[in-house]
Design a protein around this ligand. Structure first.
Ligand code: PGA
Length: 235
């Protein structure tokens, strides 16, 4: 079953978020997940129809405590969320999240029964200097260190140079990296980075592309629904 996940990042107002989740049309052959801003997690989860699961864009690695501004795995579980996105490149590069922190967060999410989408991906400089595979391998191994049961884990390969830039990896580049990741760990691998209706079919047709993590194109019901439709034809 293909996965289509939407990462809304720090976008939308409450009425827009509720309107958007109500407009999503899931299909039974595709796993549809949305990651709303934490502030809108309750209403979006409540209004998500059957066939849409919700998740938190980031969690802290402790359960509760004096961590102003943070949200935790037990909080997400308590409102009915099923997923946690961990190690998104914006968390790594803007907020300085390390592989060690990503690993603690993955463990914490799994401990509370959340499923995890762990993001990995190289920067443009790392790709151009021939280090893309080495960097991604390190992120995968360090992020999942000490975790034996990977049945609730998916990886999203999101080359940093392709996120929000309109420059997506070619389907061949995505396939090559997904195949590489699957040799390290046997988990579903999603592709992310400027996925839109016009390139979703070719990306999702690759043998080792199990789904997509969509940013910009998940903010409009029309484009997100179109990607779900394309995924259903390939599932
Ligand atoms: P984008 O974002 O689709 O806007 O490039 C993807 C992501 O960051 O998950």
């Amino acid at each position: 079953m293909k996965v289509v996940a939407g990462n809304w990042k720090m976008n939308l107002t409450l009425p827009e978020a509720v309107e958007l989740v109500k407009s999503i049309q899931p299909v039974s052959s595709v796993k549809v997940i949305v990651f709303p801003p934490a502030l809108f997690a309750v209403p979006v989860t409540r209004h998500a129809c059957r066939g849409i699961e919700t998740g938190v864009q980031n969690i802290h690695h402790e359960d509760f405590g004096a961590y102003t501004g943070e949200v935790s795995a037990p909080m997400a579980v308590s409102i009915g969320m099923k997923y946690a996105l961990v190690g998104h490149s914006e968390r790594r590069h803007i907020f300085g999240e390390t592989d060690e922190q990503v690993n603690l967060k993955v463990k914490k999410a799994l401990e509370h029964g959340l499923k995890v989408i762990m993001c990995v991906g190289e920067t443009l400089q790392e790709r151009e200097s021939g280090r893309a595979f080495e960097v991604v391998e390190r992120q995968v191994r360090e992020g999942l260190k000490g975790i034996d049961d990977l049945s609730s884990v998916m990886i999203a390969y999101e080359p940093v140079w392709a996120i929000g830039t309109g420059k997506n990896a070619t389907p061949q580049q995505a396939q090559e990296m997904h195949e590489f990741i699957k040799k390290i760990v046997d988990v579903p691998v999603l592709y992310g980075g400027s996925v839109k209706p016009s390139n979703a079919r070719e990306l999702l047709s690759q043998k080792d592309v199990d789904g997509v993590l969509v940013g910009g194109a998940s903010l409009k019901a029309d484009s997100f629904n179109e990607i779900i439709r394309i995924a259903s034809e390939l599932s």
